[in-house]
Write a protein that binds this ligand. Structure first.
Ligand code: GUN
Ligand code: ZN
Length: 434
């Protein structure tokens, strides 16, 4: 067993339902076989277990690992391509790069960069938007397995309105998706997600093929995009002769407890009702929405309807892998909405980046650091002499420390990450004694 000692913050109870930030400035966490088997004030826990290996996390904060509910593996190399709205950005920036993943050796390099980008940002689980090429998706699953990352991912399928190289057919989409799912769904920490790119690039027969994969693969997830950009939404409603973007997926049975739909910046009340009734989750991607000018996410309306919301980095439209930045931008977005905005606190931001993501990805054993949970965690330790370091040392309490962390922290401050109790990345090894 290993005992971790540090300042721990987490949100086992949702602050959206009255829960408070849980904090301890000197906490002990005892981990056996990846599972937290003891937790409490360090001095008392140490007295009970004086001989266990001790990992002392001096300074900074121990947080649950982040859960990124929407991030595109083939878009690592288009991060920062700002200046265009969604449909132009897809045409000129994202899709030309995604075509390059037809080259599997290139895809493997991108997959390695992608997985290390996630882990070094403190992310321990993710819903990953895959590639249109099955061999490239293999490289992603392999890279994630090598790092130990919890990924849910799949083949991206489309059969219209994209460059020809990225198009499939309903039959081929079904065949390639089920083959990938057979190999990876439930293998190690991997799970499969049926992934139509968005309704704009899908016909009804393609969405029906996606539903057939879902039937063939018990426990598979669904992920896609919805209601992101006004022009996109108009085109979808025209193509499908419907007033509801959500309905284009729902009529095929693609909206359920294990569905994660990204963006939903411009939903109708009827669509929010459907999402809530199905138990589906929305991945809120605030830096992407800001970068593409997609709009201001109506969080309060989602919450009023009871729709589950978590955070997604949406790399590469989003501006990087750190969910600290997404949390801060989520806060800014609600501020910009004025009276229509939801007053997010630091505890809300942590919850959105951790336990809410775990709920969206149906990972009940991660997202907070209670006894019985798996030890997926990150140690944020500010660089000595940095503004973050100075601010954190002068924090007035745990909520202040967390607000400072979302504002001044970044991936470079992530000193260590554990998944199932195993260290994934250690820049400076924590001091080990005992
Ligand atoms: N809609 C369809 N494809 C994409 C994508 O790659 N990024 C974003 N932000 N929206 C999309
Ligand atoms: Zn996306």
């Amino acid at each position: 067993m290993t005992m971790f000692r540090g300042a721990v913050l987490d949100t086992p109870e949702s602050p959206f339902a009255g829960g408070k930030l849980r904090s301890s400035s000197d906490e002990g966490i005892l981990v056996r076989d990846g599972v937290i088997v003891g937790r409490g004030p360090f001095a008392a826990l140490r007295r009970e277990h004086p001989d266990e290996e001790l990992v002392t996390l001096d300074g900074g904060l121990l947080l649950p690992g982040f859960v990124d509910t929407h991030v595109h593996f083939p878009q690592v190399r288009v991060i920062g391509g700002i200046g265009l709205p969604l449909l132009d950005w897809l045409e000129h920036r994202a899709l030309p790069e995604e075509e390059r993943l037809a080259d599997t050796a290139y895809a493997a390099q991108v997959a390695a960069d992608f997985v290390s980008g996630l882990v070094t940002a403190g992310t321990t689980a993710a819903m990953v938007f895959g590639s249109h090429f099955a061999a490239a998706v293999e490289t992603l699953f392999e890279a994630a397995a090598a790092a130990g990352l919890r990924v849910t991912s799949g083949l991206v399928v489309s059969d219209r309105n994209l460059p020809a190289e990225l198009l499939s057919t309903p039959e081929r989409a079904h065949e390639q998706s089920t083959a990938l799912a057979r190999r990876w769904h439930g293998t190690g920490r991997a799970r499969y997600a049926v992934t139509p790119r968005f309704s704009l690039s899908s016909t009804d027969p393609l969405l029906a093929a996606c539903a057939a994969v879902l039937d063939d693969v018990p426990g598979a997830f669904v992920t896609s995009h919805v209601n992101e950009n006004v022009e996109e939404i108009e085109q979808v409603k025209r193509l499908f002769q419907t007033g509801s973007y959500v309905a284009t997926y729902d009529r095929h049975g693609l909206v359920g407890r294990r569905s994660v739909l990204a963006h939903n910046v411009h939903p109708g009340d009827d669509e929010l009702e459907t999402l809530a009734a199905r138990g589906a989750s929305v991945a809120h991607c605030p830096t992407s929405n800001a970068a593409l000018g997609s709009g201001l996410f109506p969080l309060a309306r989602h919450l009023r309807h009871g729709v589950a919301v978590a955070l997604g980095s949406d790399v590469g439209a989003g501006s990087g892998f750190s969910l600290l930045k997404e949390g801060l931008q989520a806060y800014f977005t609600q501020q910009q909405l004025g009276a229509d905005g939801y007053a997010l606190t630091p505890a809300h931001l942590l919850h959105l980046a951790t336990a809410a993501g775990a709920a969206a990805l149906d990972l009940p054993d991660v997202g907070h650091l209670s006894v019985g949970q798996r030890f997926d965690a990150q140690w944020l330790r500010p660089a000595p002499g940095s503004t973050y370091d100075a601010a954190l040392r002068n924090a007035t309490g745990p909520d202040d420390a967390l607000g400072i962390t979302f504002t001044l922290g970044s991936a470079t401050d992530v000193a260590a990450v554990w998944i199932d109790g195993d260290p994934v990345r250690l820049v400076d090894r924590p001091r080990r004694t005992g």
